[in-house]
Structure formats: C-alpha cells, structure tokens
Design a protein around this ligand. Structure first.
Ligand code: COI
Length: 407
C-alpha cells in the first residue's frame, strides 16, 4: 500500500482565487469549483471561451518516496480492486479560459468538491481506462493506443458540453502518471497498471447548465484480471428488463452516468452466479448490445460479428483492435446488428475491453435456457488474446504502431 508522507503544505493551482492552501496528511484536500454563477453557453462555444491561466503546482517533494517495487504487493493475486498509488495528475480549466493549462502531479488523495458541482448534481463527467505494462527487461513501460483514449474523451466531451484536453496533453499526463507511480506497475505477466483519467464538471452550478469549471485528473492502480473467474470463461445472463442505452442517449460515449444505472441488473445477475449481464437494444429487445463493462463478439464458422457502434454501443479501443487482428487472421468481421438468434447459435462468444482484455464466454442464459460455447486453447478468442497481449507487453513486434513507450 502507498504510504503517504507526513503532512505537507501544498500550493494548489487555483491559489490565485483565494482557495489556495491544502494540507496533505493521508489525503489531499483540493479546493475545486468555487465559482458561482450560471455557467452555460453552447457546447461549440465552450472550448473557445476558456483560456489558460493556471498557476503551477509547487513541485511535489519526492524526497521521502518509498522506491521499493510496490511495497509488499502480492503480485500473484491481483484482482481488479483499488490499490492507492503515490501520485495523481490534475489539470484544470475555468470559464473564460481557452483550454486546459499545464497540469501537475500531486500526491494521491481525496479531493474536495463543491456540493453544487456539475458532476455531483448533474453527472457531467467522463472517464477513460487504459493500461501500462512493464517490459520484460523492466526497461520502461508500454501504453496501448493512448491517443485513442484521448480522442474518445474529446468525442464524449463534445456530447457532454465539456472542454477536453488535447491529445498531446492527455498522453503527456498519462505518461507522467505512469512514471510517478512506476513502482506500482506489476512485473510482466502479473498484470498492469490501470490508468483512470477523469474529466468532470468541478465548478459550482445550480440551474441545469454546463459547469463553469472543469478538472481533468488521472489516478492509477495495479490490477490483474477483471472477473473473479480469472482467465477462465465466464457465464453471462441476457437482461430483458433493464437497458443500458437508447437511441439518442449517451451509450456511445464513456460518460460516468452510463455506469450506475447498470448496477442493479449486474448485482442481481451476480447474486445468481453470473459474471455479468448482456444488454438488449431498448427498441426491439432483440439485438444484443454489450455487457456492463465490455463489448461483445460472436463467431460462427469463419465469420466474426460484433454489434455496430451506432450510438448505443461504446466504441471500445480493444474492440477495434480485435476487429483488425481477426481480419489479419483471415476471418470476415462484420459490424452489424447481432440478434439473440446469432448469439445463441454461435460457436464462440467473447468479450473485449481494457479491463477485461479478451474474455471467453462459456455460457449465455436467455429466457431460462443456458446456451454453451466453445472455450479453451484452440479457440479464436485465445489466439486473439495471445496476439493482443504480446503486442501490449512488447513481447511481439508491434507492426501496427499501437504501442507507446514510456521510459
Ligand atoms: C475499462 O475497460 O477500462 C472500463 O472502463 C470498464 C470499467 C467498467 C471497469
């Protein structure tokens, strides 16, 4: 576990607003979002209305950092729980500023938000997820397509009326976060450092309107497999009552508000022994969309199908990579409507996502009937998993230019 150093006074970036000093003692109190007022303004105007005026954070004192590799971490038993690490990255953008100014690392810890912040009241926020892997020789780290996460955040920000960091700012911030928390990157083959960028409306607002201030933050945690089943195939339940997304909604962007509404279906399914839920489209209730935390693929003969990203499906970066890798193997890949009939008659079913990687599905239960699929060594999903993770960890040559080194 990260041990925070003894109490320190830290000059926060918004010191000039008179909300300056915070005390670090086990947690960092960050005075966010004290702007009052109505905010507002059209989405397209927002980016140009914010101009950078963010003073620098005092450099973080790292003199008493514990540089041992992840303290007493049990690298062999990493799940997907939060292990607090040493540093987080924070960058802010206020009304009247043209974009995000230079951010800084600070000690990882709690943040303070106005009770009337846009994120707390109206859910104006997005998140991303990506992973850093240790190279075999421990000579640096590898990121997988971080620019894609940056671009997806920009698309989501447009939908949610928020300013977003540039691709360069995003990738720079991710690299800084990895390097500052390098001792928490699991040894190769044991897992990855999961990186969680957040973009939130941190400014105070009462009437329904875009917040007057935004905060971009990144924290990280070492993780292993997402599902408690580990590398084993999972059992899914097709959900018929609750839906994840609707046409015209926000299912196609990674807004924070997409996730709490799926908890009920997910918890009910878990209590019945399923790993996750598969959602159906909300109009016809006949086409499968995705699981709570990942995209879906079905294989029949030499054809792989995955639901098309037409607004209700999250455009996964792993999803897109797997489409390419399956085509490289000679499979026909179709992005289209995938009906319940396609699903239950498939040879193989698997899920993809940053957190879940490529996870095979052994059964799907629909209207009380359990359908079984091929799993094991000789499956397409296993081959795709091997190819993908070899590229991600720097074990196989990256002919596609997907990886970004962090040294
Ligand atoms: C990810 O795969 O990174 C996600 O954001 C899914 C999340 C529910 C863990």
């Amino acid at each position: 576990m990260a041990v925070l150093s003894s109490a320190k006074r830290v000059l926060l970036p918004w010191a000039s607003n008179g909300h300056a000093l915070a005390t670090v003692s086990g947690g960092l109190r960050v005075a966010l979002g004290t702007d009052g007022g109505g905010g507002g303004g059209g989405c397209s105007l927002l980016q140009s209305r914010w101009r950078s005026s963010l003073p620098q954070l005092d450099p973080v004192d790292r003199s008493d950092d514990d540089n041992s590799g992840g303290g007493d971490m049990d690298w062999d038993n990493l799940g997907f729980g939060l292990t607090p690490t040493d540093y987080m990255y924070v960058m802010r953008c206020s009304k009247g500023e043209g974009g995000f100014s230079r951010g800084e690392l600070s000690r990882y810890g709690n943040i303070e938000l106005s009770p009337s912040s846009g994120i707390l009241n109206y859910g104006q926020g997005l998140f991303e997820g990506l992973k850093a892997y240790a190279r075999a020789d421990r000579a640096g780290y590898m990121l997988f397509r971080p620019e894609e996460n940056a671009r997806r955040m920009q698309t989501g920000a447009e939908r949610m009326c928020m300013p977003a960091p540039s691709v360069e700012q995003f990738v720079h911030a991710v690299k800084q976060t990895v390097l500052a928390n390098r001792r928490w990157v699991p040894p190769q083959g044991k897992g990855a450092l999961y990186i969680r960028p957040l973009l939130i409306g941190s400014g105070a607002i009462l009437g329904l309107a875009p917040a007057p201030e935004y905060t971009f933050m990144i924290y990280a945690s070492p993780v292993g497999t997402y599902f408690k089943e580990g590398m084993a195939a999972i059992n899914l339940l097709v959900e018929e009552e609750f839906h994840r997304a609707m046409p015209g909604g926000t299912g196609g962007v990674k807004t924070i508000a997409n996730y709490a509404p799926v908890l009920k279906a997910q918890m009910d399914a878990k209590s019945r022994g399923f790993a996750d839920v598969l959602y159906l489209d909300s109009v016809h209730k006949r086409y499968v969309e995705e699981a709570s935390s990942c995209n879906l693929f079905v294989l029949k003969g030499g054809t792989v199908a995955t639901p098309a990203t037409a607004g209700t499906i999250l455009p996964g970066i792993t999803r897109r990579s797997i489409i390419e890798l399956a085509r490289d193997r000679g499979y026909q890949v179709e992005e289209r409507l995938v009906s319940i009939d396609d699903l239950v008659s498939a040879d193989e079913v698997f899920c993809t996502g940053t957190a879940v990687g490529v996870t095979p599905v052994s059964t799907v239960t629909y209207q009380g009937t359990r359908y079984e699929f091929r799993t094991g060594e000789d499956t397409l999903s296993r081959k795709l998993y091997n190819t993908l993770t070899s590229i991600q960890m720097g074990v196989a040559e990256d002919k596609k230019g997907w990886t970004v080194a962090v040294d």
